[in-house]
Unconditional design. Structure first.
Length: 150
């Protein structure tokens, strides 16, 4: 578990300090030779200069999602890989929101980000199809998260 946490901390350190002093939880899922790290958080937590750099509006009514795909490599924290990432989110009222993840490359880090509008106490079911470069079948990542805007 400590090694997993170290990988996650390294990845987010490479992201340019997205969250500043904010607290966030590790979420990951293993798909064979790959580990997908993911999270979603309120964009108000972004440092203003980071939000500007990536064209993300800071607002209590917007959330950002972030996905990183690592290929397992023995005795390392894993190798970031390029992938085709598509997805959508739906709330408990079955309102559908198409997601448009953007690929970001910073040094050796590769991650996919996007943002969307939410309302207070809205619960979203995220679903992503992730196909690492060189793979034929996509991985299906699903997670649920509730957001608070007040």
């Amino acid at each position: 578990m400590l090694r997993k946490r170290s990988v996650f901390i390294i990845i987010f350190s490479l992201l340019g300090g997205f969250l500043g002093t904010a607290v966030w939880a590790e979420q990951s899922k293993t798909f064979g030779d790959y580990v997908v790290h993911y999270n979603a958080f309120n964009t108000e937590l972004l440092q203003p200069e980071i939000a500007r750099r990536y064209g993300i509006k800071r607002s209590k009514n917007r959330v950002m999602y972030n996905i990183t795909i690592l290929k397992k490599v023995l005795q390392t924290t894993g190798q970031p890989v390029t992938a085709k990432v598509t997805g959508h989110a739906s709330n408990l009222n079955d309102q559908f929101k198409q997601l448009h993840p953007r690929k970001i490359v910073e040094g050796s880090a590769i991650y996919y980000i996007g943002d969307l509008r939410v309302t207070n106490k809205e619960t979203l079911d995220f679903e992503f199809q992730i196909t690492p470069e060189g793979e034929k079948k996509p991985f299906h990542l699903k997670f649920r998260q509730q957001f608070f805007t007040k």
